[in-house]
Design a protein around this ligand. Sequence first.
Ligand code: NI
Length: 138
Amino acid sequence: MKKITYVTRRAQFSAAHRLHNPEFSDEENRRIYDKCNNPSGHGHNYDVEVTVVGETDSDTGMVIDLKILKRLLNDYVIEKLDHKHLNHDVDFMSGIIPTAENIAIKIWEQLKPHITSGTLHCVKLYESQNNYVEYRGE
Ligand code: NI
């Protein structure tokens, strides 16, 4: 019987953003995004959790080496997002409304090509203690 295990690495970053859709009127933007439409932006301390799923390798006893997952998450996500303004400073967020949903999708896209052991299963992004989103690549 296959032994499938889910392996998760967590990390933190702080970033600023503004939720604003240029296709909407200023009034609509304020109605939809409320305080998050604040013209100068605002910040969050984000937590991100990345889960890789797979069979445990019979030689190493691992699905993916957590040292490698830590490095990939750091190099391709945290280093690029931490202390940045997501509307202006991050190439892969360009032209995207930086909602938690969209940030999670972009984090997935950043990591996916680099996960060569196991399979990327989900990206969870906590924007606050009580709000988080989960993306599974669908
Ligand atoms: Ni916000």
